[in-house]
Design a protein around this ligand. Structure first.
Ligand SMILES: [Cu+2]
Length: 73
């Protein structure tokens, strides 16, 4: 089963602490392998090894951490 990449737009990050919080929230999702958060671009690239993980789950994880997220088409 192949890894896939999910890209999210993240709203509300203002500093490195926010980046860390978003990274931690996403890494805590089972099946997430790697997370690259870009503060300037307000985006996140998530490498997922579990094909059952949906973008909606990742969006929810970010929201629970206190930030807003939406899928980038
Ligand atoms: Cu911050």
């Amino acid at each position: 089963m192949a890894d896939h990449i999910v890209r999210l737009k993240i709203t509300g990050m203002t500093c490195g602490g926010c980046v860390k919080a978003v990274e931690n929230a996403l890494m805590a999702v089972d099946g997430v392998d790697q997370v690259l958060v870009d503060l300037q671009e307000a985006s996140a690239e998530i490498i997922v090894s579990d094909e059952n993980i949906t973008p909606e789950q990742l969006v929810m994880a970010v929201k629970l951490a206190g930030y807003d997220a939406q899928m980038i088409a």
